[in-house]
Ligand binder design. Structure first.
Ligand SMILES: Cc1cc2nc3c(=O)[nH]c(=O)nc-3n(C[C@H](O)[C@H](O)[C@H](O)COP(=O)(O)OP(=O)(O)OC[C@H]3O[C@@H](n4cnc5c(N)ncnc54)[C@H](O)[C@@H]3O)c2cc1C
Length: 300
């Protein structure tokens, strides 16, 4: 069977790439080639891809903006199904917004601000898609997706589409039912509050300035590399181990924010992973605390 031809038939030839370097699609700027990289135009093509991969036993991974993943240098054997701007329709009615999972959080929060809707300011500087943010229950500066979500349309691995209420999403700290059940987010409905556009944009600017002051945004990274352990801050624990600036190749514990492992040049994913493992070992040794990665490791 010609897998490439079949993927083109389902998702259109211009949406299928072969041997695509994942370093082009991840904020770490690392990762080897994926056999197939497919960007479906709509939910129908997406469901078609899922069914095809399931029937033909082809491994696949759902990809958003790649801002919370570390792909192996070997790349990925199978299909990366990328949900991005091809699936980013947005519909605003009153104080509710329904949007495709591929929309970026910055575009979504800006559209909300434009309609004088408050509540998404926290998300404007998070460099992910809506689908990735629902999956991770992304949050910042006291806000999280859980605060604004009403319901989410998901597709199961066997191609069955259903709507999950906020309660059914089981949203917790950087977790959701989407991860546990391997659902695919198609779209989400959020509810915001009436506000004033200027105030909303001013708050967004303030939070983004705080981000620029505190975070090493000039380098590749996936944001906070580790989850916050109960009662502690990962960055502080790492700093107390004297690990700021700890480096393997071009992967390094950021000097600016020890919670970030950054790619300061041409790091490989292996370099990044070595830094991650060393940090975990040292924090365990010094503090007897196990740091869990927030970043998803794919293809290792
Ligand atoms: C500089 C920087 C700052 C950051 N700051 C924050 C922050 O303040 N708060 C925060 O929470 N995060 C932060 N992050 C991490 C990241 O941006 C978020 O986790 C974001 O929600 C990930 O979205 P994504 O589209 O990039 O997902 P990806 O990285 O592509 O994927 C992440 C996970 O979600 C899954 N996924 C993606 N899309 C879908 C979908 N449609 N359906 C089902 N599963 C899907 C993937 O399979 C993967 O398991 C930061 C990252 C960077 C680089």
């Amino acid at each position: 069977m010609d897998i490439y031809r079949s993927l083109c038939d389902i998702a259109k030839e211009e949406n299928v790439a072969v041997n695509e370097p994942m370093s082009r699609h991840t904020s770490f700027r690392t990762g080897g080639p994926a056999d197939y990289f497919v960007t479906p135009d709509n939910a129908k093509a997406l469901v078609g891809l899922l069914r095809f991969c399931d029937e033909e036993k082809i491994s696949y991974h759902i990809h958003g903006n790649g801002s919370n993943v570390l792909f192996s240098d070997e790349g990925y054997r199978g299909a990366i199904i990328s949900i991005g701007k091809n699936m980013s329709d947005i519909d605003i009615e009153g104080d509710e917004i329904t949007a495709g999972s591929g929309i970026s959080l910055s575009a979504l929060s800006s559209a909300a601000a434009g309609k004088g809707l408050a509540g998404l300011e926290f998300a404007s500087g998070i460099p992910g898609t809506l689908g990735g943010a629902v999956t991770m229950n992304a949050g910042a500066y006291g806000g999280e997706m859980k605060d604004v979500l009403v319901s989410v349309d998901v597709c199961s691995r066997d191609g069955h589409i259903t709507t999950l209420s906020k309660e059914e999403l089981e949203l917790g700290y950087r977790t959701s039912i989407i991860q546990k059940k391997d659902y695919i987010v198609l779209s989400a409905k959020i509810k915001l509050n009436k506000g004033n556009e200027e105030d909303i944009r001013a708050l967004m600017r303030e939070l983004n300035n705080r981000r620029r002051d505190k975070q090493p945004l000039e380098y590749g990274s996936a944001g906070s590399t580790f989850k916050r352990p109960e009662g502690h801050f990962a960055g502080k624990l790492i700093e107390e181990c004297g690990l700021k600036g700890y480096r393997v190749g071009d992967a390094m514990v950021s000097e600016k924010h020890a919670g970030f492992v950054v790619n300061v040049g041409e790091a490989s994913s292996e370099d990044v992973l070595k830094v991650i493992r060393h940090v975990q070992d040292e924090v365990k040794k010094v503090h007897n605390i196990s740091l869990e990665t927030e970043v998803k490791l794919i293809g290792f």
